[in-house]
Design a protein around this ligand. Structure first.
Ligand code: NAP
Ligand code: F7E
Length: 320
């Protein structure tokens, strides 16, 4: 019999890659969409006929319960969130409600509907904040620096708590930054790739960025959704860090992106200090040894290949 999986956040970057991965593994794929998502289906265009979408919202438990009843999944991937860190300062309550409490709503409804469903929570390296360890593992102290990070820390702990309290197969994947041509335009990677393409085509001259010194561990979203699936495909539930183990600065990212189109980044990037964050996370770099050793997961796409793919996709898009 075909297995069903439910994805919250299916219209987002990861949701679309995960849906494609699960379809390739013969799952029936169901997704939660908000009424307002209806105009934002472009990432799902190619697979729309193969998936089933249900209207719901993480702030509304009743809608989630009805969707669970209809879709009857064996696996639930909770990818829905207010995921943009700067917006978590301008909308801290909404971020807490969706990104934090939303996880409890999912777990509560799931536990009551069918406690045998396997649950994946998209946790984040932002829970480490100004990290105490040079490279962060499952053992690193959790000390978030943004309302988003605080909400994700809550989601992380409540997932572990429901596993321990109710014996659910509930796991938290501590995902470091991962990007792709489907990344939202407000995140720095896509902002840079799009700007490099626009400038190359003569449609823009400059791009304004914030902190160029911030360091991140950037991977490709298509690799990270494989880790999500693998984590649910185990005998025992366990949390893992998912990362490449290499960090680069925003400046490095910009240099590589502009190199891809034969331009000197320094001539086109300017600083806008209003883009600095009230509390910055200076550097994040994951130690993914555990998932590598225990589940055999590893990233397959280098930073250079990722950036090239993003810039070329933006060029194609703009030319088309
Ligand atoms: P994304 O592109 O921003 O997608 C977020 C998704 O959440 C969208 O589908 C959005 O729907 C949905 N959503 C937002 N509020 C909702 C609500 N109240 N009810 C139901 N759905 C709602 O994020 P992503 O990059 O794919 O990331 C997926 C998950 O991984 C998120 O939880 C994110 O916090 C986490 N994460 C991401 C990264 C990364 O680097 N990408 C790293 C660590 C963790 P609409 O289309 O309707 O807006
Ligand atoms: O910023 C700096 C900024 O917004 C990366 C989310 O997926 O990953 C993501 O969060 C860095 C920061 O991602 C600009 O200050 C400089 O240090 O692309 P970002 P993020 O905040 O790391 C984590 C793991 C998640 O969980 C989140 O959901 O880049 N930066 N100049 C800038 N950032 C932005 N957005 N825009 C700039 O102009």
């Amino acid at each position: 019999m075909t297995r069903s999986a439910l994805i919250t956040g299916i219209t987002g970057q990861d949701g679309s890659y995960l849906a494609e991965l699960l379809l390739s593994k013969d799952y029936q794929v169901h997704g939660v969409v908000r009424r307002s998502s209806r105009e934002r289906m472009e990432r799902l265009e190619k697979i729309l006929p193969q998936i089933t979408l249900h209207e719901g919202d993480l702030t509304d438990s009743g809608s989630i319960l009805r969707i669970l009843q209809k879709s009857d999944p064996v696996e639930v991937y909770n990818l829905a969130a207010q995921s943009f860190v700067p917006s978590s300062w301008t909308q801290p309550l909404l971020t807490g409600d969706v990104t934090g409490l939303g996880v409890t709503r999912m777990l509560e409804v799931l536990r009551q509907h069918n406690p045998n469903i396997r649950f994946f929570q998209a946790s984040s390296s932002e829970i480490f904040g100004q990290a105490t360890d040079e490279s962060q593992s499952e053992q690193t102290a959790i000390r978030p620096r943004s309302p988003y990070g605080v909400a994700k820390a809550y989601g992380h702990f409540i997932t572990i708590n429901y596993r321990e309290s109710y014996d659910l197969f509930a796991v938290s994947g501590i995902l470091f930054n991962h990007e792709s041509p489907r990344r939202g335009g407000e995140f720095v990677s896509r902002k840079i790739s799009r700007a490099a393409a626009l400038i190359k085509l003569g449609r823009q001259e400059k791009v304004f960025l914030g902190n160029l010194n911030a360091e991140r561990d950037w991977g490709h979203a298509s690799d990270y959704v494989k880790a999500m699936w693998l984590m649910l495909d185990q005998k025992t539930p366990k949390d893992y860090v998912v990362a490449t183990g290499k960090k680069s600065t925003v400046r490095d990212f910009a240099k590589i992106a502009f190199d891809c189109v034969g331009l000197d980044w320094e001539k086109h990037v300017e600083i806008d200090s209003t883009l600095y964050r009230p509390a910055e996370v200076d550097a994040l770099c994951g130690n993914a040894s555990l998932i590598r050793e225990e589940l055999g997961w590893q990233p397959t796409i280098t930073l250079e290949a990722l950036i090239r793919e993003m810039v070329e996709s933006d060029l194609k898009d703009l030319r088309g």
